[in-house]
Design a protein around this ligand. Structure first.
Ligand code: 1PR
Length: 520
């Protein structure tokens, strides 16, 4: 018989409440939503989510403002489950001290959302409930240093069994939720670790010609079969495949609505449904992209990009990914030198935190005769690695130089900006991560474009996801060993069942590259 089956949940309008709700249901708990302060006072266990950007959430017009007095009630009665809501700006002002961001000199790329083995000191009891080492992996948001007072407070709360320390509950936090939980193993001490490299499964989703939503896969972004019917390639159902990849050990699932640039996502409700159903059973970070921009529909109703993003977050996304609109924003920023604060990228990262905003880049290699031919970062072709994965060392007319041109609308239109320039600009505008595709390598199975990945991952401090071209487990170790990529993403090899995610992870472990082991 469970000692505790009811958990009280405070939804103050920010943070990923959908994830919490789904995880609690998955663990078999009932949820009582806070409606009055009394609900808080009477709670045995109260949960409220962390939020990456505290200031906008608590702004007078923000979602949490009206609930501020409730949050103070929580502090007074010290029934607390959260470790993010205090971070940044003034916060609730209850705990003295400042919270600082790790800088890149700390040797890690932040923000980082992912499952990592946690380090605990010999005498630390903070993770006592968490159990054995393989399960001591939590979905954590790393990027902030806690002030000592805050860390102490968490510890004191924990000693009183009032606090657990992960922003997103998973089965590891059962100890907090259910004190009778049998999981009372003392955690083992691990060796010092860096942030784990992550393996991401990507699902390019679009409507088939006959109307249903399918996972498709391009060959250099061409998703149509080379048959008479020229149909969109159909590699499976998005919710099923996402669930399967979660079980097989994917560290993150990315959904890209590849026709989002022309179909407005809030009109394309199946994508929202996909996200909702997926997030019920998948507990690694979910990213969704495609069509995130301001939009006016056929009836003249205007939707801001923030509304689109909000709908995705409400439906279970941990991060949103912006493609075309980030290119326009970066072009504008480079031209004017001014951050207007109005682009989708700036607005969403300001409100939800930059850990929630990925910029997806779709570059294509363009050859030139001379480095001065274009005002972009140009690379000398013969220096492209010998493992250049089937790309010609020289251009079709013997050109010895090349640059990586950014595209919009799923590769259909080349823009006057290079991947290098774009990456630096979007980092300044608030991107928390870069999803670096490569049109030339997409679907070729000959390996990532390590020259491109190195160029970009060396030029920014935020995490870079290497994407496009994976064909074997060796391609993953190669990109991690030769570049500063934090993550590697693949699609085709997983969809066609050519290489299981587990084989990729096993290979990385053999190569002493730290990854999370185990699946959902
Ligand atoms: O511009 O904000 O609407 O976003 C559109 C999003 O859709 C962008 O992230 C863009 O990358 C993506 N997209 C648009 N068209 C395509 C296409 O394939 N025709 N897919 C597309 C991008 C690339 C990766 C792919 C990797 C790995 N697909 O997602 O999964 O290349 O593939 P592989 O391992 O099989 O080589 P917006």
């Amino acid at each position: 018989v469970r000692a505790l089956t009811l958990v009280t949940l405070l939804d103050y309008g920010a943070g990923n409440v959908c994830s919490i709700r789904n995880a609690l249901r998955h663990l078999g708990f009932s949820i009582k939503d806070v409606k009055t302060p009394g609900d808080i006072l009477n709670a045995d266990r109260l949960i409220f989510t962390g939020v990456g950007a505290f200031a906008p959430a608590m702004d007078e017009n923000g979602p949490g403002f009206a609930l501020l007095p409730l949050l103070n009630t929580i502090i007074i009665y010290d029934i607390i489950y959260s470790n993010c809501v205090f971070m940044s700006v003034k916060g609730l002002g209850v705990i003295p001290g400042t919270v600082g961001r790790f800088d890149s000199s700390a040797g890690i790329r932040v923000p980082h959302i992912g499952l990592n083995a946690l380090q605990v000191g010999k005498d630390s009891e903070i993770l006592d409930d968490v159990g054995s080492r393989p399960s001591r992996q939590m979905k954590t948001r790393i990027g902030f240093r806690l002030p000592a007072t805050m860390a102490n407070l968490l510890y004191i709360f924990h000693k009183k069994r009032k606090c657990a320390c992960s922003p997103i509950p998973s089965r590891e936090e059962r100890g907090f939720l259910d004190p009778q939980s049998p999981s009372k193993q003392k955690p083992m001490e691990g060796k010092a670790s860096k942030l784990a490299k992550r393996v991401i499964a990507c699902l390019d989703v679009r409507t088939k010609d006959k109307g249903d939503l399918v996972v498709t896969k391009g060959d250099r972004y061409d998703v149509r079969e080379q048959s008479n019917e020229n149909e969109v390639r159909n590699l499976g159902k998005p919710v099923d495949l996402a669930g399967q990849y979660y079980k097989e050990g994917a560290d993150e699932i990315s959904f890209l609505n590849i026709t989002g640039f022309r179909d407005f996502p809030l009109g394309d409700l199946p994508m929202i449904q996909v996200l909702r159903y997926t997030s019920e059973n998948v507990f690694v970070p979910l990213t969704v992209g495609g069509g995130i921009r301001d939009f006016t529909d056929a009836t003249g109703r205007y939707y801001s990009s923030l509304e689109v993003a909000a709908e995705y977050f409400r439906s279970g996304a941990d991060k949103i990914s912006i493609g075309s609109d980030a290119v326009y924003a970066a072009e504008e920023f480079i031209k004017s030198g001014v951050k207007t604060g109005k682009s989708s990228l700036e607005q969403i990262s300001r409100v939800y935190g930059n850990q929630a905003v990925v910029v997806s880049i779709d570059p294509r290699r363009v050859y030139v005769n001379h480095p001065d031919d274009v005002p972009y970062k140009v690379m000398f072709s013969p220096l492209f690695s010998l493992l250049c994965h089937g790309l010609n060392e020289h251009g079709p007319n013997g050109e010895e130089y090349a640059w990586y041109q950014c595209t919009v609308s799923g590769g259909r239109e080349g823009r006057p900006i290079g991947a290098y320039e774009l990456a630096k600009a979007v980092e300044e505008l608030g991107a928390g991560e870069i999803l670096l595709n490569c049109i030339d390598c997409d679907g070729q199975g000959k390996g990532f474009d390590t020259d491109l990945v190195k160029l970009i991952s060396d030029s920014v401090g935020i995490p870079v996801i290497a994407s496009s071209g994976a064909g074997t487990p060796e391609h993953f170790s190669e990109v991690f060993e030769t570049t500063n990529a934090s993550d590697a993403l693949a699609a085709g090899i997983f969809h066609r069942k050519e290489v299981p995610i587990q084989s990729v992870k096993e290979h990385l472990v053999e190569k002493s590259i730290e990854v999370r082991i185990g699946g959902g």
